[in-house]
Write a protein that binds this ligand. Structure first.
Ligand SMILES: [Cu+2]
Length: 860
C-alpha cells in the first residue's frame, strides 16, 4: 500500500506541519513516487455532458419505463491525428514558474502584446471602429444588467479584430493559442453608480470584463481586460489582478478543448489496459465502445504546488448517474505542456494499489497477479444511480396524485422589469455572473438602501479519502464556471409553475454568446407558517380576538450544476424587511471506488462505492449600506451577572445582561471559524437613530454549520483564506471586488486573490463604508440515503439580514393581508366580526399547462 506521507493521516493534530517532502515551490524537486497522490479529477469546466454525446437513453414521457441502459459513446473523437499522448516527455515546464509578462520578454510578439505586458495601468485607447449614439435602457437598474447577446458579440468582434491580440477561435485548434475565454459585465464603480442612482449624475460607462488566454506568447499568461464603452467598444485597458502579477498560463481554468485533448490522451494511453478494463467492468472500455463506454471525472487542484498541471482522473462506467460508477482505476495525467504530445500518464491506482506506468499495470494483469475488482453488470432497469421509481412507500397512499402546488389567484404581486425586481417594499437589481453566480445590487426596502451589493463569491468542497483522487479533491467551484452552469429550471419541480423564468447568456469558452433558457426564476411562495399570529384567549373557553398575517416570501432562484453537484441558490424577500440568502446542495455526491480502508473517510454506499467525507463552504459578499454608507460593526451576546437582589436582602440574582463589543478594526472584526460566533452581528449607522433612540441597525444572522476545511496556512488552504472566518468585516475598496477568483482552483498555493490581504492592514472600520464577508457551510458525511442523490432537506445553509431597531416597528404592519377576528358578544362569542383587507375568497389558481422541458443551451 502506498505511503501517502502521513501528512494528512491521524498524526495531524490540527496544525499543518509543513509537508517537507512535498513540492513547495518552483524549484522543488519532483516528489518521490510514492507520495504522488494529490490530484483528483473531478469535473468540470466543460462538464462531461458538454463533450459526451447526448445519446443518452431516449427520454420518453413521464411514464416511460425505458431502462437506464448504458449511455452512448462519448462524442469525443479519439486520437484523430494519431498522436500518442502517453509517451510524451512531459514536464517541460515543470518547476519553472513563468514570470509575469513584461514588455521586453515578449520578443516574438513584442508589438502585438506590448499593451498587455505593461504594468497594469494606463487605459489604452485603441482605434475606434465606430461610435454613435445609443439608446440606453430606461431603468437605472440596467447599469447592473448582464451583457446582452448583442453586447457580448460586439465585445468579441472588437477583440477579434485587434491584430495586436492575435486571437483565435476558442473551439478547436491547439492549446498554445491566444483566445477569448470569458466576457461578462464589469460592474460600474460604486461611486459613479451612486452618483447616477442618487444624484442624477451621468450614467456610468458600460464596460465588459474579459479574460484572455495568451497561450501563443513567449511567456504564456492569462490577462484580464476592461473593454468599453458598450454597446460599441472602442478601447480596452488591463485590469489589475492582485499585486499586479499576471496569471500564469498553467493556472488557467480548463477549457472544452483541453478536455477533448485530455480524453484523447487518456483513451490512447490506456489502450493497453483495455483487456483489464473490459474484464473488470462487464465489457466497458474506451475503444470502440458503443453502448458500453468508459468516461472519467477529473479532480483539482492539479498538482502539489505552483507550476503543476497534472490531474487525477477517475475512470467511470458511462451509465446514467456515472458519477456513482467508478471502475476502480484512477489515473494521474500530466497535461501542463500546451502540446498534448508531451502529455503522459505519471501514475495509476487500481483497486487499492499504485502503479508507476500503464505497462506495469497491464503486465500485472497479464501475469494474473492483479486482484480484479469485478463490477456487477448494470441492471437493465432500476439502476441504483437513476431517478426511476423503485419500491413502494410503506403504507401506500395516493402516490400518483400531484402534491400541493403554489398558486397566484390574482396574478403576480411582484414586478420584474429587465433586471429590476420589486416586491412589497423591496427593490433590487440582479445579474448572473458567469464566474460565481448571482449578484444583487442596490437592495432597498421601503425606498432605503440596505445593501449596495450582495453576491456569491465562491463555493468549495474539500474531501478526504483513501484513493488518490479522493485525497486530492479540493473543489473551488468558481473555477469551474459555477455561474455559467445555470441550466434549465423545470417548472413545477425546480420552481413552482407560477414562477417567472428568465434566460441567461454566457460567453465563456465559446465563440459567441450561449443562451441558457430559463436559468433563473422568480416566484412568490407561501412559507407555510404565519409571519405572525396570536390567539388571545379569555381563559373561559372563548377569546378576545384572533389575528394572523400569512407568511409570504418572494424568491429569486438559480442553480449551478457543477458536474456532479447541484447548488440551488436562493434570495428570499420577506414582507417584514428580512432578506434571506440560502443555498441548497443536491445532485450526485463525488464518490470514489470502495476499498475497506476507505471506511475511515466516509460510508460505503454501494457494492463498490465510497461516499467521501467533505466540507462544503460558500462565501458571500455583503456590501452593506445601513441607512447610508457610513457604518460601524459590533457584536452582541449575553454575559451572566451575579448581583445582590435589590428587593430581598442577602439574596443574589443571576441573570443575563447585554455584552456589546464594538469592533473598531478589521482584525477585531474577523471572527474565526473554529470558535463560536457571537450571536448578534450588528451593522449600524452611528449617526441615524430610530424613534426610540437606537442606532438604525441590521443584524446578520447565520444559518450555518461551517467548520475549517484545512488547518490554517496549510497548502491549499492558502487559496481559500476567506474560509478562516465566519465573518470578516472590511472597509470597502474598489480594488477588492471579490474574495476569490477563477484561478484559485488550479493555483490554490499562490492565488491572485488572497482574502487575508484584505484585512492584513487592519484598517479602522468605524463609520466607514463596510463589506461583510460571510462564510456558511456544512460537513457532509455521505450516507446510504445520498443515493441516488443528496437531498435538499437538511442540506441548506445561508444567512439572514434582519432589521434590528432599523424601523420603529415591524414594517409588515403595512401589509393588507392580515385577518382579525373579534367576537361581537363576548364572552359568548356567537357572533364574530371578521376583518380583512383582501377579497374573501382567493379564487382559482394553478395553470393547466402540462409539464414541458427543452434542456438545450445553444449559441445565439
Ligand atoms: Cu456534499
Amino acid at each position: 500500500m502506498e505511503d501517502r506521507g502521513g501528512i494528512f493521516r491521524g498524526d495531524f493534530g490540527g496544525r499543518c506541519s509543513r509537508p517537507g517532502g512535498l513540492r513547495g515551490g518552483p524549484d522543488a524537486p519532483a516528489p518521490p513516487p510514492p507520495r504522488l497522490p494529490w490530484d483528483f479529477p473531478a469535473l468540470l469546466w466543460p462538464r462531461p455532458r458538454n463533450w459526451i454525446a447526448r445519446s443518452a437513453p431516449s427520454a420518453g414521457g413521464d411514464n416511460d419505463r425505458a431502462a437506464p441502459a448504458p449511455l452512448g459513446p462519448p462524442r469525443v473523437i479519439i486520437n484523430p491525428r494519431g498522436a500518442v499522448p502517453g509517451v510524451g516527455t512531459g514536464g517541460r515546464y515543470r518547476g519553472s514558474l513563468p514570470p509575469p509578462p513584461r514588455v521586453g520578454a515578449m520578443r516574438r510578439t513584442q508589438r502585438r502584446m506590448r499593451l498587455l505586458g505593461l504594468p497594469w495601468a494606463l487605459a489604452l485607447l485603441v482605434t475606434a471602429a465606430s461610435s454613435g449614439p445609443s439608446t440606453e435602457p430606461p431603468d437605472p437598474a440596467s447599469i447592473f444588467a448582464d451583457l446582452s447577446p448583442a453586447e457580448l458579440r460586439a465585445v468579441r468582434a472588437f477583440l477579434m479584430a485587434r491584430p495586436e491580440l492575435g486571437l483565435s477561435p476558442s473551439r478547436g485548434g491547439p492549446l498554445a493559442k491566444n483566445s477569448l475565454f470569458l466576457a461578462e459585465l464589469l460592474p460600474p464603480e460604486k461611486r459613479s453608480a451612486l452618483r447616477f442612482l442618487e444624484r442624477g449624475g451621468a450614467r456610468p460607462r458600460r464596460e465588459a470584463r474579459v479574460v484572455l488566454f495568451f497561450g501563443a506568447q513567449a511567456e504564456p499568461n492569462v490577462t484580464e481586460l476592461a473593454v468599453g464603452p458598450l454597446p460599441r467598444p472602442r478601447s480596452y485597458r488591463a485590469l489589475p489582478l492582485a499585486g499586479g502579477r499576471a496569471v500564469p498560463f498553467w493556472a488557467r481554468p480548463m477549457t472544452r478543448r483541453e478536455y477533448e485533448l485530455l480524453h484523447e490522451a487518456l483513451a490512447a494511453a490506456l489502450a493497453p489496459l483495455e483487456p483489464l478494463l473490459r474484464e473488470a467492468t462487464g465489457g466497458f472500455g474506451f475503444q470502440n465502445c458503443s453502448g458500453r463506454c468508459l468516461t472519467f471525472s477529473d479532480v483539482a487542484p492539479r498538482g502539489l504546488g505552483p507550476g503543476e498541471r497534472r490531474s487525477w482522473l477517475v475512470i467511470q462506467r458511462f451509465v446514467e448517474g456515472f458519477f456513482l460508477h467508478p471502475a476502480g482505476l484512477e489515473v494521474l495525467l500530466e497535461h501542463r505542456d500546451p502540446d498534448p504530445r508531451r502529455w503522459a500518464v505519471r501514475r495509476l491506482w487500481y483497486n487499492g494499489r499504485y502503479f508507476g506506468s500503464v505497462r506495469e499495470l497491464a503486465e500485472s494483469h497479464a501475469r494474473g497477479a492483479l486482484p480484479l475488482a469485478r463490477l456487477p453488470e448494470p441492471p437493465a432497469r432500476r439502476l441504483f444511480s437513476s431517478y426511476e421509481p423503485r419500491g413502494r412507500f410503506p403504507g401506500g397512499g395516493r402516490a400518483e396524485a400531484h402534491g400541493a402546488k403554489v398558486c397566484e389567484p390574482r396574478g403576480r404581486r411582484y414586478r420584474l422589469r429587465g433586471n429590476r425586481l420589486e416586491y412589497g417594499g423591496w427593490s433590487l437589481a440582479f445579474r448572473l455572473r458567469s464566474s460565481a453566480g448571482l449578484q444583487l445590487f442596490d437592495v432597498r426596502f421601503g425606498g432605503q438602501r440596505l445593501a449596495y451589493e450582495l453576491s456569491v463569491q465562491e463555493a468549495i468542497a474539500f474531501y478526504g479519502g483513501h484513493s488518490p483522487a479522493a485525497m486530492q479533491t479540493k473543489y473551488m467551484d468558481a473555477g469551474w464556471a459555477m455561474g455559467a452552469s445555470s441550466y434549465e429550471l423545470a417548472s413545477g419541480v425546480d420552481c413552482p409553475e407560477t414562477a417567472a423564468f428568465l434566460d441567461a447568456h454566457h460567453l465563456l469558452d465559446a465563440d459567441g454568446p450561449v443562451r441558457f433558457p430559463r436559468a433563473l426564476c422568480v416566484f412568490e411562495l407561501p412559507t407555510g407558517v404565519p409571519l405572525r399570529r396570536h390567539f388571545d384567549s379569555d381563559f373561559q373557553g372563548g377569546f378576545h380576538f384572533y389575528a394572523g398575517l400569512e407568511g409570504r416570501a418572494l424568491v429569486l432562484r438559480t442553480t449551478s450544476t457543477v458536474y456532479n453537484y447541484d447548488y440551488i441558490w436562493d434570495f428570499l424577500l420577506y414582507p417584514n424587511g428580512v432578506l434571506e440568502t440560502k443555498v441548497h446542495a443536491t445532485g450526485y455526491i463525488h464518490a470514489t471506488f470502495y476499498t475497506p480502508e476507505g471506511r475511515r473517510y466516509g460510508s460505503r454506499v454501494h457494492s463498490h462505492l465510497l461516499g467521501n467525507v467533505h466540507t462544503h463552504l460558500v462565501h458571500y459578499k455583503v456590501d452593506l449600506d445601513v441607512a447610508g454608507s457610513g457604518n460601524s460593526f459590533e457584536t452582541m451576546d449575553i454575559r451572566f451577572e451575579n448581583i445582590s437582589n435589590p428587593w430581598s436582602a442577602g439574596a443574589r440574582v443571576v441573570q443575563p445582561r447585554l455584552h456589546r463589543e464594538p469592533r473598531r478594526r478589521e482584525r477585531e472584526a474577523a471572527l474565526p471559524l473554529d470558535r463560536p460566533v457571537p450571536r448578534y452581528l450588528l451593522f449600524s449607522n452611528p449617526r441615524r437613530r430610530n424613534r426610540w433612540g437606537h442606532r438604525r441597525t441590521l443584524r446578520l444572522q447565520l444559518s450555518s454549520h461551517a467548520g475549517p476545511v484545512l488547518p490554517r496556512g496549510c497548502r491549499e488552504e492558502r487559496g481559500v483564506t476567506w474560509a478562516r472566518y465566519h465573518l470578516a468585516v472590511t472597509r470597502r475598496h474598489e480594488n477588492e471586488p471579490s474574495s476569490s477568483s477563477i484561478y484559485s482552483q488550479n493555483n490554490p498555493w499562490d492565488p491572485p486573490v488572497t482574502f487575508e490581504s484584505f484585512i492584513r492592514d487592519n484598517e479602522t472600520i468605524e463609520d466607514q463604508d463596510l463589506v461583510a464577508w460571510v462564510t456558511v457551510g456544512f460537513l457532509h458525511v455521505p450516507h446510504a440515503e445520498d443515493i441516488p442523490n443528496t437531498a435538499t432537506p437538511g442540506n441548506a445553509v445561508g444567512f439572514f439580514l434582519r432589521p434590528f431597531n432599523f424601523f420603529n416597528e415591524d414594517p409588515s404592519v403595512a401589509s393588507r393581508a392580515p385577518v382579525i377576528v373579534r367576537p361581537l358578544d363576548p364572552p359568548a362569542c356567537s357572533r364574530l366580526q371578521i376583518r380583512r383587507w383582501a377579497p374573501a375568497s382567493p379564487g382559482p389558481c394553478v395553470p393547466p399547462e402540462p409539464f414541458s422541458y427543452n434542456g438545450t443551451y445553444r449559441p445565439v
